[in-house]
Write a protein that binds this ligand. Structure first.
Ligand SMILES: Nc1ncnc2c1ncn2[C@@H]1O[C@H](COP(=O)(O)OP(=O)(O)OP(=O)(O)O)[C@@H](O)[C@H]1O
Ligand SMILES: [Mg+2]
Length: 186
């Protein structure tokens, strides 16, 4: 049997009554495709009834053995995989019933930073292009404004402006990429 536990760290003392993120009875069951003459395999209950809340300023850790459903839980919250059942509310808004386009816009406020940034970043793009990619995806600013934004983000993580032209993505540049949407667009 696999189990998953949560630990919470509060980094600020300002926590309002309503949670920032509220997940209730989240389920994701994968069914294996039926093949000719082969018996249908039982479905995989990757996530089976997970509930938690995160307040503003809190950090929540999901802890458990490999395969217990940590990644599937995170992907389900962002609807990178469609959950089978449950509720995910961000600032009181139900995410699981949003249209694809509304969900796309809401993803500006939600992000996954994958365990291995090097495997999830495109090695054919320069560090500057990778950091600008979320801004391009959401049509934020024109090309010159995005370039300026990338320079500003690089300076925030202590990188020189020339690093934007590099194809070698340092961990600092990866962290600038994480900040591209989160830091307020001036
Ligand atoms: N696309 C998929 N199709 C079928 N089964 C899947 C799929 N993705 C994950 N699973 C299964 O769901 C279960 C949960 O996987 P998940 O990747 O969420 O675990 P995890 O806790 O993140 O593991 P790890 O610590 O190794 O990263 C596993 O049994 C996995 O094999
Ligand atoms: Mg995982």
């Amino acid at each position: 049997m696999t189990t998953m536990t949560t630990t919470t760290t509060t980094t600020t003392t300002t926590s309002s009554a309503a949670p920032l993120l509220r997940v209730r009875d989240l389920r994701k069951h994968y069914t294996s495709p039926k093949r000719w003459l082969s018996p249908r395999k039982p479905s995989i209950q990757a996530v089976d009834g997970v509930s938690f809340s995160v307040a503003r300023g809190e950090t929540l850790s999901l802890v458990g053995e490999s395969g217990c459903g940590k990644t599937t839980t995170a992907k389900s919250v962002l609807r990178l995989v469609e959950p089978s059942a449950g509720s995910v509310q961000l600032e009181g808004e139900e995410l699981l019933t949003l249209t694809q386009e509304d969900m796309r816009m809401r993803r500006r406020d939600l992000q996954i930073i994958f365990q291995d940034p090097y495997a999830s970043l495109n090695p054919r793009l320069t560090a500057g292009d990778i950091v600008a990619e979320p801004l391009r995806n959401f049509s934020m600013g024109d090309a010159a404004e995005r370039r300026e934004r990338v320079q500003w983000l690089f300076s925030r993580v202590g990188l020189r402006p020339e690093a934007a032209k590099s194809f070698r993505m340092s961990s600092r540049a990866a962290s600038a990429s994480g900040w591209a949407l989160r830091a307020r667009w001036r």
